[in-house]
Design a binder for this molecule. Structure first.
Ligand code: CA
Length: 219
């Protein structure tokens, strides 16, 4: 899953970046409203954590422009504890939820998981499909009830596919979920991690659709 972190405070930004990366999210960090707008126009994100008070362009303005483009990416706005007005303005401008600063990191992560889950059209917290189950909160994977240890990147390719059985994701779309801007990507990275998942979970879990990409079959 790929997240955009929009935060102009360097100390807060570094802390959040560290927390999110430790949870194996691919994270891009921008520090002003113009860069946020640019990033949102150029890449596909699974979630945006948006500070509202930003240099160069206000967070609310970035959010309104995003929704005016009909983007449905989940947006979590970050506001100060006493700033009720900001929270209301953020929600009314198209945010899906808010978090208050200073962050409780466990709460932040839980809200992120909940929003990603909702945006995939799911209510239940665990991905389950044909005997494979992934629990994003505990990072536990099982096959037919047996625990399996997946690497962070194997998890990162499997999760978006398992979230929407029957939907094909291209190699480029999976790369976007695996890596942020700074990462060096080898051309066969996605294949390598898919191969790893198949070795651990069986060949039939992820199917290759020639010329298009990969999917978890519906039936
Ligand atoms: Ca700020």
């Amino acid at each position: 899953m790929r997240l955009l972190l929009v935060e102009d405070d360097t100390m807060i930004g570094e802390t959040v970046l560290h927390v999110l990366r430790a949870e194996h999210y691919a994270v891009d960090w921008v520090k002003d409203g113009n860069m946020a707008d640019e990033a949102l126009r150029s890449a596909q994100y699974d979630l945006v954590l948006l500070d509202l008070g930003l240099p160069r362009r206000d967070g609310l303005d970035v959010l309104r422009a995003l929704r005016a483009r009909r983007s449905t990416v989940p947006v979590l706005v970050a506001t100060a504890r006493d700033a009720v007005g900001d929270r209301i303005a953020g929600l009314d401008a198209g945010a899906d939820d808010y978090v208050v600063k200073p962050y409780d990191t466990d709460e932040l992560l839980a809200r992120i998981r909940a929003l990603i889950r909702r945006s995939a059209g799911r209510g239940e917290p665990v991905f389950e499909h044909k005997g494979v189950s992934l629990n994003p909160a505990t990072r536990e994977a099982t096959v037919q009830g047996q625990p399996v240890s997946l690497s962070a990147r194997e998890w990162a390719v499997l999760e978006p596919l398992l979230a929407r059985p029957g939907v094909v994701l291209s190699r480029a779309q999976l790369e976007e979920k695996l890596f942020s801007w700074k990462d060096e990507i080898s051309s066969n990275a996605v294949e390598v991690y898919i191969h790893g998942v198949r070795k651990k979970l069986g060949n039939e879990v992820i199917q290759t659709v020639r010329g298009l990409g990969y999917l978890v079959p519906k039936q």
